[in-house]
Design a protein around this ligand. Structure first.
Ligand code: F0G
Length: 446
């Protein structure tokens, strides 16, 4: 059911093919370096790129810019308490700021952090504390073709094997990322979350949920987990999040805001530690690197994220894009995730080996062919890991419509048709931080 109409619009245009080819070359064949003006349909990320509601824009005007004790912070605190069930909030400028605050408070040199799958900024922040990030995805998580309901789950088996190897005292932190962005946006069941809670208790670790896409995850739970077949999204969200000791949140996803993030917890001691670190890195703990108006917009967005009409429209729209692509014969990861469709570049370009980045080749061709921007999540973004060659088409919230998707599908079909002419790529310049190379490295076609 359609849940919105437009009040403000933004012009977009498709640059000529000649311009697109030139832009690609100038960008070093890295879509992060493309000027957004040269992009027609931008599916690079769902982070901070969605449309805010009229209520959120109204909240912007009412934002309280007081340095300390801002009324906008009170609105955020009450939204986090109502929607997520936690009483203590430390705001941060965005998710990775919150990761720095929280993981910097929980980890030391030589520790090990377990996660269903670390998102790239999470991995980098864990490493930055001198700790070792270890992924524990379930078997089949990286198989694009199996049709299981909760491929985002955390593997207790793998986690136990790590603990047996390194000792429980070296594992002070267990993280659950919902939905699991680095595993094709797949959801995590509440049953699995309960088991992770029990496991964290067993090894005396802090249990953190990365809640970026908590509302999308809760929607999947209502559709796929029998126990919650009659439950509403807000109830599921509170039940699942309530199992954690702390949340780390990017408001740019299910906060429906253009910027912002926070840590939430009920643990008084952890709250105090996070607050002190936040003052150093983010700002006074009632604004945390955000303008008061952005805090206010995020507070409204959090409440909208669990509204039934919104969340159904959102997840079903992404599912529809996946179904349209699949129907057109484009290889996609199944089932479709909550925020994005993940294309299977390995199946699209079987003749391009992993070391020539078939995913990045697909990103470049989608742009060259139709001005569509996606992002590679395969051997280019995750060197030395055994992952499928995926390209993520992330759908910004409340932004695109069926006509935009039809263009995306036609573009992908055209790329598929000309696949014999596409070559792999090689890296010609690399940045200093290897974990983040895909954001800025330059490439050339072979
Ligand atoms: N955790 C997860 C699971 C994320 O997906 C992201 C961001 C972050 C943390 C960091 O949040 O961007 O606000 O600093 N993901 C974006 C993406 C960038 O495109 O998937 P941030």
């Amino acid at each position: 059911m359609v849940a919105y109409k437009s009040k403000v619009v933004e012009r977009i245009h498709l640059p000529s093919k000649e311009r697109r080819t030139k832009a690609l070359e100038e960008a070093g064949y890295n879509a992060f370096n493309l000027p957004a003006d040269d992009v027609f349909i931008d599916l690079l990320t769902d982070s901070g790129t969605g449309a805010m509601s009229d209520d959120q824009w109204a909240a912007l005007l009412q934002g309280d810019e007081a340095y300390a004790g801002s009324a906008s912070f009170d609105r955020l605190e009450s939204a986090v308490a109502d929607v997520m069930g936690f009483d203590r909030v430390v705001p941060a400028h965005q998710g990775r700021g919150a990761e720095n605050v929280l993981y910097g408070s929980l980890l030391s040199e030589g520790d090990v952090a377990l996660n269903n799958t670390h998102f790239d900024t999470t991995r980098a922040h864990v490493s930055n504390q001198g700790a070792d990030p270890v992924d524990c995805p379930v078997a089949g998580a990286h198989d694009p073709a199996t049709n299981e309901p909760f491929k985002g789950d955390f593997s207790l088996e793998r986690a136990r094997a790590v603990v047996d190897e390194v000792g429980a005292e070296r594992v002070p932190l267990v993280i659950l990322t919902i939905t699991n962005n680095s595993t094709a946006g797949q959801p995590v069941s509440v049953a699995n979350t309960r088991r992770v809670r029990a496991f964290a208790d067993e090894i005396d670790a802090t249990f953190v949920i990365d809640a970026c896409r908590f509302a999308e995850n809760a929607y999947f739970v209502t559709r796929r987990e029998d126990e919650f077949a009659d439950a509403r999204v807000p109830e599921v969200a509170r039940e699942q999040l309530g199992l954690a000791d702390a949340l780390v949140m990017s408001g740019k996803k299910d906060g429906l805001a253009n910027v912002g993030g926070f840590v939430a917890t009920d643990d008084e001691a952890l709250f105090e530690r996070c607050k002190q670190r936040a003052i150093l890195y983010e700002g006074f703990p009632t604004y945390g690197g955000m303008a008061g108006r952005d805090v206010a917009a995020m507070a409204v967005g959090l409440r909208e994220a669990v509204e039934e009409a919104y969340i159904e429209d959102r997840v079903e729209q992404v599912r529809e894009l996946g179904a349209m692509l699949e129907e057109a014969g484009v290889p996609v990861y199944t089932p479709t995730g909550g925020h994005a469709v993940y294309l299977d570049a390995g199946a699209t370009f079987p003749d391009i080996p992993a070391e020539q980045f078939p995913g990045q080749a697909l990103v470049c061709e989608l742009y060259r062919e139709g001005g569509v921007r996606g992002v590679e999540l395969g051997s280019f973004a995750f060197p030395e890991t055994d992952r499928p060659e995926l390209v993520r088409l992330a759908v910004p919230r409340r932004t695109y419509h069926r006509e935009h998707f039809e263009h995306v599908v036609e573009t992908a079909e055209a790329v598929l048709e000309n696949r014999q002419e596409v070559s792999g790529l090689e890296i010609v310049s690399n940045p200093a931080v290897p974990e983040l190379r895909h954001f800025s490295a330059a490439l050339e076609p072979l």
